[in-house]
Design a binder for this molecule. Structure first.
Ligand SMILES: O=C(O)CCC(=O)C(=O)O
Length: 216
C-alpha cells in the first residue's frame, strides 16, 4: 500500500500511529444505545490532536490518512465494523448540524468487508464502531500517516532494538532519519536546523524510492 500512501500524501511522511483493535463479541444489550452516541461504547470522533486540526474555510485540510486492514469477516451488520460519515471533514456529521440530533445516518457508511480488505481514509472524517454481535472476535490493524514535520503521537522514538533492525525507509517511516544518525537538529550546533523541517535526501530515502517508482 505504500505507493498509494506516497501518491496521496507525498514522500515527506511518517507513521504517526499504529494500532491493532480486537473486539470480542458483545452482549446484545450493547446495541440498545444509539450508534456512536456519547453513552455508547464507542462514541463518534474524528482522529485529531487535542484542540483539533486547523480549519480552512470550515474544512479540515488533508493532515492525515489511515490505512486499515480488516483481518476477520465483517460481512454482516453489527459485526463491529467501523462506520464513517461521508464528507464530515468538510461539513459536520450531525443531523441538522446539531450534535444533539445525532449523526446523519443518510451520509453514514458502515464498512462491511471481507478479511484482507484495506480501507484508505481521511481520518478527519467522523467515525465510530458498531457493536459486535457476531459471535467472533473482530480484528483489524490501523496505520496512520502524516507529514514528517508534525510530532508523532504514539511514541517519541521507537525502542533501540526496533530501530536497530530497520532499513533506511523503515527508519524514515518511524520518524527517524534514514541514515540512522540522531542529528535531528542538523550538524551545526551553533545554528540548529531541524532535519524534520529541512531534511537532506539521505534523511528521507522514501524520496528516492518514490522517484524510482515513477520511472518504472
Ligand atoms: O475500528 C476500530 O476498532 C476503531 C478505529 C478507530 O476508531 C480509529 O482508527 O479512529
Amino acid at each position: 500500500m505504500l505507493p498509494l500512501v506516497v501518491d496521496l500524501m507525498g514522500f515527506d511522511i511518517q507513521l504517526r500511529t499504529s494500532h491493532m483493535d480486537v473486539r470480542p463479541p458483545q452482549p446484545a444489550s450493547i446495541a440498545e444505545k444509539t450508534l456512536g452516541s456519547p453513552e455508547s461504547f464507542f462514541p463518534w470522533h474524528a482522529d485529531q490532536p487535542d484542540y483539533g486540526w486547523p480549519l480552512v474555510s470550515g474544512s479540515t485540510p488533508f493532515m492525515e490518512m489511515k490505512i486499515s486492514y480488516y483481518l476477520t469477516y465483517l460481512t454482516q451488520r453489527h459485526s463491529g465494523a467501523i462506520c464513517v460519515v461521508r464528507g464530515s471533514h468538510h461539513t459536520p456529521p450531525w443531523l441538522g448540524g446539531d450534535q444533539n440530533n445525532g449523526a446523519d445516518l443518510e451520509r453514514m457508511a458502515e464498512v462491511i468487508v471481507r478479511p484482507g480488505t484495506a480501507l484508505v481514509w481521511h481520518t478527519a472524517m467522523w467515525d465510530c464502531v458498531t457493536s459486535n454481535l457476531s459471535g467472533d472476535a473482530r480484528k483489524c490493524l490501523y496505520y496512520g500517516y502524516h507529514p514528517r514535520w508534525i510530532r508523532l503521537a504514539d511514541f517519541e522514538h521507537q525502542e533501540p532494538q526496533v530501530v536497530a533492525g530497520c532499513t533506511p525507509i523503515q527508519l524514515h517511516l518511524l520518524g527517524e532519519l534514514g541514515t540512522g544518525r540522531r542529528n535531528y537538529a542538523g550538524d551545526d550546533t551553533a545554528q540548529p536546523v531541524s532535519r524534520h523541517w529541512r531534511p537532506k535526501d539521505e534523511d528521507i530515502p522514501l524520496k528516492g524510492w518514490a522517484e524510482a517508482q515513477r520511472h518504472r
